[in-house]
Design a binder for this molecule. Sequence first.
Ligand SMILES: [Zn+2]
Length: 143
Amino acid sequence: MKLYNHAVFNLGVSLVAGLQVPEIVLIIFGGMIPDVVDSILAGRDQRLFYAIHRTFSHYPWPYLVFYFASYNFEVGQLVAFGALLHVLMDFLTPMGIPLVSPTKRVSLAKIKTGSMFDYILTYCPLLGFLCNLYFTSGNPLFP
Ligand SMILES: [Zn+2]
């Protein structure tokens, strides 16, 4: 998944969850962390980027530990939740994510990045939110 898709998906999930703008921003920010970490570590070296991409930065367990460790620190929980959503979405791609070993990736599905199904999945939560808004509060476009 591309960074844009992670941001849109995290936005949709946040809206479905009924969160407020500061919380939504933190979840979107958390969703950027795994790929941004890879980009920062690799710099401009594309080979290094592909070598380290979706290894340690996409290992879900540290984010899960951080989520539970910050049980009384909402900012930390929201950022960790955003990162976990990112890792979950990448788990559905053929490249997968590391689950047991931080360097060996496994995949849950074969949804290719940039494919039609990738975009359908990306927009599902946002469309669900908009449909719910439409059907529960009337048509905001034609009141
Ligand atoms: Zn990623």
